[in-house]
Structure formats: structure tokens, C-alpha cells
Design a protein around this ligand. Sequence first.
Ligand SMILES: NC(=O)c1ccc[n+]([C@@H]2O[C@H](COP(=O)([O-])OP(=O)(O)OC[C@H]3O[C@@H](n4cnc5c(N)ncnc54)[C@H](OP(=O)(O)O)[C@@H]3O)[C@@H](O)[C@H]2O)c1
Length: 296
Amino acid sequence: MHNRILIIGTSGQVGWELCQCMPPLGEMIGADRQQLKLANYAIDLANPDSIRSVIRQIKPNIIINAAAYTAVDKAETEAELAHKINGVAPGILAEVCLELDALLVHYSTDYVFNGQQNRAYVEEDAVNPIGVYGRTKLAGEQAVSAVGGKYLILRTAWVYGLHGKNFLLTMQHLATERKELKVVSDQIGSPTWSRMIAQATSHIIAKLDSPFYQANIEELAGLYHITCGGETSWYQFAKNIVALSDKQPTVLPIKTVDYPTPAKRPAYSVLSNKKLVNTFGINLPHWEQALNLCLS
Ligand SMILES: NC(=O)c1ccc[n+]([C@@H]2O[C@H](COP(=O)([O-])OP(=O)(O)OC[C@H]3O[C@@H](n4cnc5c(N)ncnc54)[C@H](OP(=O)(O)O)[C@@H]3O)[C@@H](O)[C@H]2O)c1
């Protein structure tokens, strides 16, 4: 089948990596808030008319939405804008996909959980976000699933990479400036390289093209957790980053209470990837292996 794949959010961490690995699967069209670099079209997710009119022009059979309002702390004071982009726009994308009989791949977050659990979260676990960002992303998940059709919601976590704003690049930068870094040690999650998310997404889409998956696509639609394996703290993640950097400041553990931020974050947000493995046979590497690969 000839695919026309629209990637929204080409300047973001995941969007940029998607642009590198989607071309073998079909014709790739990029869109972003600004029509720059990898974006052939401008789409503003805060503007429903812009979403509908641009997509109706493009007529893709696959839409991957890697765009989101991702500034977790700023969202606390920009809740309305964050809700438009994260909560409302995904539902509009799902409606347009239904109209075009297109597949929607949409990303969500571990921050839909409150972090009070002490075992990896599965897709059926109760959600209870503790900040505006998590609440708006949850609203987006609910909007997509309420529309139904052919959709995948891929919940990921702690995304980093060599492109965009993220913890890895911040630590690398701070390592060049400081002799000592203080990093929180009581938030646990799974650092996930943006390239692994993009590659896993491309494998899922390739599988969905096959006759077996096509025949079962309605049953396969739904929510999947997709993170690198293992779990760690921001502190240990920073130690591993610094160990692989040219400059190596001392990394010291601190408590979340000693590093107050506008938004609360879950203390534990490891996501079980069992459903992804069982359904698609896709297993992302352990976070340490992915970090080594990313920095090699
Ligand atoms: N980053 C994480 O740690 C993390 C963790 C869990 C889940 N996720 C989810 O994973 C997905 C990808 O995240 P990411 O880290 O790759 O994001 P990112 O690097 O912050 O990029 C976000 C993208 O969204 C675009 N965007 C923002 N507002 C827009 C608007 N109004 N209209 C159109 N585009 C807009 C940005 O464009 P500009 O460049 O113009 O701003 C950028 O291309 C998101 O759904 C996110 O919620 C991320």
C-alpha cells in the first residue's frame, strides 16, 4: 500500500527522529507550528481550523502526532493553552483521521499517573495526574479514544536525545560549567532515547501494513506503554551521562523537596512494556544500553 505519512511536530525530539526513519515506509510530509526545516506545512494545534484545513488538503493515510505542549512547569500557569494543544487537538486529529479512514499515532506520558505505586504501571492502572501537563495529556488520550477508529496512543517517559531540549543536553552543558551538580534521587522512571521511540513507531507501522495486522486493526487500536527498559533516578541518569562526558563534575543526590518546581512530578513512573512486546514483538533496549548507543 502507498502510505502518505503526516508527521506533526517535526522540530521536536521525537518528531525529528521520526523524520529520519519514516521515509522507507512511504511518502513523508512534515508539519509544525512554523513551516521551517523539515516541515512542509504549518499547523497550529491550538487552532482547530488550522488542523482540519491543513490535514484535509494533505489527505494522509497515517498521522503521527509528535507535537505537544511539553513545558511541564510552565503549563501550571498556561493551563488553557496546554489544554488546547494536549487535550483538545488530539481529539480533532482523531476525528479527521476517522473521516479519512487514516491511522492516528499519538504520544502520551507517564505523568498521567500519580507515582504512588511501587511496581511498573500497566495500561489498565488507574490514572491520576498530579499536574496540569499530565491532566491535559490525559484529556488528549481520552479525546482520542472517545472518537475511536484506527488509533494508537503510545505512552512514553523521560525522553532525551541529541536533538531538542532535554535532560541529557542540559547535564552535558552544566558539566562544562560546574564542578558539582545536584540532582534529585527520589524520582524513579525510565530514560527513553527519542530515536528508540521513533524506530519502534516505524516498526509498529510497518507491521500494521501486513495483512494479518490489517485484518485485526480495530482490536489492536488502543493504548500502549513504550519506554526503554530498566528504571533509575534522575541522579543516577546524570551520573551515567557525566561518566560519558569530557568534563566530569561531582554529581550529588538531593531530594525533590530540596529542589522545588512549579509542577509536582510523580515519584515513581516506570511503565511496563509487556503489552507492546506481546502485541508487536517490539522490545526497547535497557536505558543504559540506549544511553551508551546515543552517546557513542
Ligand atoms: N519530553 C519528555 O520527556 C516526554 C515524556 C513523556 C511523554 N512525552 C510526549 O512525547 C511526545 C513528543 O515529545 P517531545 O519531547 O519530542 O516534544 P518536544 O521536543 O518538546 O517537541 C514538541 C513539538 O511540538 C511542537 N508544538 C508545540 N506547540 C505546538 C502547536 N501549538 N502547534 C504545533 N506544534 C506545536 C513544537 O514546535 P515548536 O518547536 O514550534 O515549539 C515541537 O515540534 C509528546 O506527546 C510528549 O507529550 C514527552
